[in-house]
Design a protein around this ligand. Structure first.
Ligand code: PBG
Length: 322
């Protein structure tokens, strides 16, 4: 093997050739854009740690959806910031809840925009935890009741898909059962299956006002050190009826995305979360990186790892180049 007969540089010689042999192509079909809805009218509050993202009242949210849809965004993931919170997050289950109002308004303006509703209690509870607190910790089975209720309420308003992000045991099964009992057997569940207790959610918690008032989420979200456990979480969610499984965050967990893909061959979503977005934006604003190139590289790597769906705050920028 003194002379290289195989020269891998041969196929890198021109842009056309590189295009022809490229293995991973990012498309607009891969993207989901997260959005935050808040009470009031004509409200547009910038999220300081997430430049380009806002808390929007329903009227302005509809306008934002119109703009995004015009750019080619086909799907959004909705989070709500309610006017009042309560102990159990029941405000998330009301017909006039903030997300319910938003869903009705968006659907009447843009019936084809695909709406995914995040299902969780942390934005709606006074204590900021993802469920009902008993003896200082989130009570798993009591929380399943509110999650199922919230899911049915969203389906009644016309959301296209529900995405439970709470990490309670058995929630996919509980939600599937309630949806089916109410006739919503065609509403898919995208489960945040391997969701880690991550420092990368910091900017989101500012945006959604959902930081826990005491303690942390380590008794329900996963330990970042664990990979095998992620496969157990995914296996259970599939067994309980998940249609799509999610890994979150994305960048520090590309190995998990790949293991889930090769083990289960299910549709996979990855959430390129707020902290991942904030780091790129901060470095870009300082001129320390080529932001556009970096965004493309990051999203391509998430797809290359095995993700079919990429939930990302960069969606509105990258789509202009796809
Ligand atoms: C709600 C939820 C969180 C995110 C999505 N759904 C926050 C959390 O678990 O604390 C984070 C999204 C992001 O950081 O972009 N449980």
């Amino acid at each position: 093997m003194s002379f290289p007969t195989t020269r891998l540089r041969r196929l890198r010689q021109t842009p056309v050739l590189r295009n022809l042999v490229r293995e991973t192509i990012l498309t607009r079909d891969d993207l989901v854009m997260p959005l935050f809805v808040c009470p009031g009218t004509n409200v547009r509050i910038p999220i300081s740690s997430m430049p380009g993202n806002f808390n929007l009242s329903v009227d302005l949210l509809v306008e934002e959806c119109r703009r995004l849809y015009g750019l080619g965004i086909q799907a959004i993931l909705l989070f709500g910031i309610p006017e009042h919170k309560d102990e159990h997050g029941l405000v998330a289950c009301e017909h006039n809840g903030i997300v319910q109002q938003a869903v009705r308004a968006i659907k009447s303006a843009l019936p084809d925009l695909y709406i995914i509703a995040d299902i969780c209690n942390c934005e709606y509870t006074s204590h900021g935890h993802c469920g009902t607190i008993v003896n200082g910790d989130v009570h798993n089975d009591l929380t399943l009741v509110t999650l199922a209720k919230q899911s049915v309420s969203m389906a009644e308003e016309g959301v296209d898909m529900v995405a439970p992000s709470d990490m309670m045991d058995g929630r996919v099964g509980a939600i599937r059962k309630s949806l089916d009992e109410n006739g919503f057997y065609n509403t898919p569940i995208m489960a945040y299956s391997a969701k880690y207790a991550s420092a990368f959610y910091g900017p989101f918690r500012e945006a959604a006002d959902s930081a826990p008032k005491f303690g942390n989420r380590a008794t329900y979200q996963m330990d970042p050190a664990n990979g095998n456990e992620a496969l157990r979480e995914v296996a259970l969610d599939i067994e309980e009826g998940a249609d799509i499984v999610m890994v979150k965050p994305a960048l520090s967990y590309l190995d998990i995305i790949q293991r889930v893909k090769t083990t289960f061959n299910m549709p996979i979503a990855a959430y390129n979360v707020s902290g991942e977005y904030a780091m790129v934006k901060a470095a870009g604003a300082n001129g320390w990186i080529d932001e556009k190139r970096m965004v493309r590289e990051i999203l391509t790597s998430i797809k290359r790892a095995g993700s079919d769906i990429i939930i990302t705050y960069h969606a509105q920028e990258i789509i202009k180049e796809l």
